[in-house]
Write a protein that binds this ligand. Structure first.
Ligand code: SF4
Length: 379
């Protein structure tokens, strides 16, 4: 276990809301964006602690949203510079940014590289324009191809593409076309999620023609087979990477390292305390300009030892390499196999988990029912 930390910066702006989205984001004019970004700079600066910096190097910065590519390269640079000024950022830190097709031209992409961004995450979701339109996305597949090629042209060498399965009117063949198209482009990383209908979204109220459970399962297996054949290693339930391109930021989350979140709704895990930033954008900006940093935080939870063990296992078991027995013992001073004897015995005998050498991991069959298994690791 190391003390590396990741920094997440939430940029909550979108051109318009997608029909399935419950992320904290909305359209905003330039004046609001400017105020929010200034407040964000203030919040980042307010965290400064000399001793913490000495012992906690930052190995990744992640701009998520929302649509971070609606923020200018000048502002992205200011935010990166602010993080560098107030934290101990490693020179080769991974700096990722989410991007939506249709929101950046070559000049802007160049600007992001110059600002220090070295990893892009582009949201395609589907290669079928009708499905994209039903999702409420603002782009077509051609827009995605355009931005992907431009990103390569300006020099991005680490690109993730997001795809989704289980979408309304999506067939197995249609999903396969999406995977084929993405694999042919040869990105370094693919995140493949299945649609979840979230409460409060337009999709919740709409009558949707969703793939049945068997088709969804086939889509899931197809993803694994196709991406393996194209040289991607699955290293987490929904994430696939070419060799050397696992997302360092997400690996920190799944390894139980600390992370700090700035901007509305952003979550932190900071020396055993979990908390998040308030969700109300206007209130956030107002409090930030009054320097009331403590009032920006909510849901503050001091984790007990049992909470930390649960979190370590649930996050660690999402990775295909699983959890290290020595890592658990080093951190908690107890044997993993003693604390979790019952679920380990149960699921290894069912062939859903395996214990080999120093590692406990889910098998392929176990990943299929991971929600049920992980629930049994709650203390
Ligand atoms: S672009 Fe992303 S964050 Fe914005 S509304 Fe669509 S899914 Fe949500």
């Amino acid at each position: 276990m190391n003390n590396n930390i990741g920094i997440y910066i939430h940029l909550p702006f979108c051109v318009k809301k997608c029909n399935y989205c419950d992320f904290l984001s909305s359209p905003a004019d330039n004046a609001v964006k400017e105020l929010y970004l200034r407040a964000l700079q203030g919040q980042i600066a307010s965290f400064y602690e000399e001793e913490y910096n000495r012992t906690h190097p930052v190995t990744s910065i992640y701009f998520g949203g929302g649509t971070p590519s609606l923020v200018s390269p000048e502002w992205i640079k200011k935010l990166i510079d602010t993080v560098r000024k107030y934290f101990n950022v490693e020179p080769d830190a991974e700096i990722s940014m989410e991007m939506n097709p249709g929101t950046a031209d070559e000049e802007k992409l160049n600007g992001y590289i110059e600002a220090g961004v070295n990893r892009l995450s582009i949201g395609l979701q589907s290669s079928d324009d009708e499905i994209l339109s039903a999702l409420g996305r603002i782009h077509t597949c051609a827009d995605f191809l355009d931005i992907y090629r431009r990103a390569r042209r300006v020099g991005f060498t680490n690109i993730n593409v997001d795809v989704m399965s289980g979408l309304p009117d999506q067939t197995l063949e249609g999903y396969e076309e999406t995977l084929d198209l993405v694999c042919a482009l040869g990105p370094e990383h693919i995140s493949a999620y299945s649609l979840i209908i979230e409460p409060g979204t337009p999709f919740e109220k709409m009558k949707l023609n969703l793939p049945d459970e068997d088709t969804e399962r086939e889509m899931y297996h197809l993803t694994r087979r196709k991406l393996a054949a194209s040289g991607f290693e699955r290293y987490e339930i929904s994430n696939y990477a070419k060799e050397g391109f696992k997302c360092r930021h997400n690996l920190l989350y799944w390894s139980g390292n600390d992370y700090l979140g700035f901007g509305i709704g952003a979550a932190s895990y900071d020396r055993g305390v979990r908390y998040s930033v308030i969700k109300d954008r206007d209130k956030y900006m107002n409090l930030a300009f009054k320097d009331k940093w403590g009032d920006l935080l909510e849901n503050i939870e001091h984790l007990t030892d049992d909470d930390r063990k649960t979190e370590y296992c649930i996050l660690g078991l999402r990775r295909t390499e699983g959890i290290s027995l020595a890592g658990f013992a080093g951190r908690f001073g107890q044997r993993l196999t003693s604390v979790y004897r019952t679920p380990i015995d149960k699921y290894t005998s069912m062939g859903l988990m395996e214990l080999t050498g120093d590692r406990l991991r889910l098998t392929e069959a176990g990943i299929d029912v991971s929600n049920v298994i992980l629930a049994d690791f709650m203390l």
